[in-house]
Write a protein that binds this ligand. Structure first.
Ligand SMILES: NC(=O)c1ccc[n+]([C@@H]2O[C@H](COP(=O)([O-])OP(=O)(O)OC[C@H]3O[C@@H](n4cnc5c(N)ncnc54)[C@H](OP(=O)(O)O)[C@@H]3O)[C@@H](O)[C@H]2O)c1
Length: 249
């Protein structure tokens, strides 16, 4: 019997990379999973098909997490299809790297809109419909919060904000039976990391050299921790930050 049978999960950005890995892992334990995405319909179809091929239940909803109306639609469709969501994984994010003096207003709003406002809107919508017990929110941050690496101020500060929100919302939502934890991956081989040139480059070599376990992360490395945080195995853990980064933080 799977650990998440009869539970429903919403995974934002569940169509690619780490989010897709998490969606597959939750579905494999019996959860019905709604994956949200913003643009790439084909990736969404592929993610749903892969979950179903493995015997799981899934739904893809095109919903920009920075838009309250689209977040409301995401939860309405999820509840209609699978019943109220017990699990929310705030994984969708956008990233780019530049010096403080190179940050444009447009890029600031793009990253803060998806990476910070997004989890605010989804957390609110999730809490409105969550069952009174066994509910869990997992906020995907980054182990980069510990590094203060030059060129990462914008992106990393969005994740530092999400880390603080995790600790505070864990206290605020505990009385409603909702646990809130953060999951901080290190550099992980994903579509997003590849499109930024992080993989198969000198940057990857540097990141591997700074990782005691000596390789880049894989989506399934992170997904295994997300499954732990989503399930009752972590019933006594809230407000925590768990790094899945090969010891690199
Ligand atoms: N990869 C790494 O090295 C790494 C390291 C540390 C932390 N992380 C964190 O891990 C998470 C996943 O990263 P990843 O590398 O797997 O990303 P990715 O490969 O770029 O995938 C991002 C996913 O988020 C979706 N998305 C983007 N903007 C969205 C929006 N506004 N609304 C809804 N969905 C949206 C994308 O869908 P569309 O393509 O359809 O837009 C896609 O499914 C992020 O929170 C990231 O910050 C990643």
């Amino acid at each position: 019997m799977g650990k998440l049978v009869s539970r429903t999960a919403v995974v934002t950005g569940g169509t690619k990379g780490i989010g897709r890995g998490i969606a597959l892992a939750l579905a494999a334990e019996g959860a019905s999973v709604a994956v949200a995405y913003s643009r790439d319909d084909q990736a969404a179809k592929d993610a749903v098909a892969e979950i179903e091929r493995r015997g799981g239940r899934a739904l893809a909803v095109r919903a920009d997490v920075s838009r309250a109306d689209q977040v409301a639609d995401l939860f309405a469709r999820t509840v209609r299809e699978f019943g109220p969501a017990h699990i929310l994984v705030n994984n969708a994010a956008v990233f780019s790297f530049q010096a403080m003096t190179e940050i444009t207003e447009e890029e600031f709003h793009r990253q803060y809109g998806t990476n910070v406002l997004g989890p605010v809107l989804t957390t609110r919508a999730f809490a409105e419909q969550a069952p009174a017990e066994n509910a869990a929110i997992i906020n995907v941050t980054t182990s980069g919060v510990a590094h203060n690496r030059p060129g990462s101020a914008l992106y990393t500060s969005t994740k530092a904000a999400l880390t603080t929100m995790t600790r505070i919302s864990a206290k605020e939502l505990a009385g409603r039976g909702i646990r809130v934890n953060a999951l901080a991956p290190g550099a992980t081989d994903t579509e997003g990391a590849r499109s930024l040139g992080v993989i198969d480059s000198g940057m990857a070599d540097e990141l591997i050299a700074a990782t005691p376990l000596g390789r880049l992360g894989r989506p399934e490395d992170v997904a295994a921790v997300a499954l732990f945080l989503a399930s009752d195995d972590s019933a006594w853990i809230t407000g925590e930050v768990i790094h899945a980064d090969g010891g690199g933080h």
